[in-house]
Design a protein around this ligand. Sequence first.
Ligand SMILES: Nc1ncnc2c1ncn2[C@@H]1O[C@H](COP(=O)(O)OP(=O)(O)OP(=O)(O)O)[C@@H](O)[C@H]1O
Length: 287
Amino acid sequence: MEITISHLTKRFGDKTALDDVSLVLDSGVHALLGPNGAGKSTLINILTDSIVRDQGEVLCNDHEITKLGAKYRELLGYMPQQQRLYENYTAEEFLKYMAAVKGIAPATAGKQIAELLQVVNLWEVRRKKVGGFSGGMKQRVLLAQALLGNPRLLILDEPTAGLDPSERINIRNYIAAVAQKMIVLFATHVVSDIECIAKDVILIRDGRICQKGTPVELIESIQGKVGELPCDLDSLEKLQERYCTGNVYQRREGLRVRIVGDELPEGCLPVRDSIDLEDVYMYYINK
Ligand SMILES: Nc1ncnc2c1ncn2[C@@H]1O[C@H](COP(=O)(O)OP(=O)(O)OP(=O)(O)O)[C@@H](O)[C@H]1O
């Protein structure tokens, strides 16, 4: 399956939330990375056919999704950024309810729910109320509901929001495991969420795609534009005002701040081998 997005534009009054966005999505994890307000949820809302666009096309295997209607929705699994969980339901009851909403026959649903509860490691607690679950367990319930009906296109809007580091890793691993046979669009502003699992990365800022490519291509594209500057806590603030700065590292020699840009300040030690997607993000989102 292939999703082809062409010249998508969406305005809210004077605000252009999406500006002439074009993309092709095929199987594997496509990371949609951008700061708050970049347009990620707007793109997702158009892809889930939840809002009307102003211009552009979204084709699923050459057919416009708005015309496919229910046929398209059958192919879609969606994990929204915020979703009300029915706190008095057990995990199993919630998934049964969601299966009914999706029109999945009870016999098929039962088997699939059992499989999914195991995939997301909630089988043991399936009869416990969702209200008592941790944030990570709730997210796993939501991921399971998105996977009901074997979607071909899985859309995840900040699936790791509010999770602690170990829960983030768990959710990320589940997503990587299920992503092999489907298109996954993973929207986030947290680079580490997608670093090891994304087949390609779409960087979005102010409603426009400012760069896209495989992680390796993107890292290659900023060779020579990343350095580390020795600093101390007093000089750090000034450096952060003047340059595009990233993480601060405690090295044996003292503090070093990562700086990305076309022109690096004097005294900056070039970084070659350890450039990562965090640097890529800083470079293109601030460019
Ligand atoms: N219903 C709406 N009415 C008015 N403006 C909106 C609406 N939805 C989104 N916007 C604006 O469109 C822009 C893009 O918003 P969007 O929610 O798509 O960004 P985002 O990348 O998902 O951000 P976040 O990471 O904070 O969820 C923002 O400036 C936002 O304020």
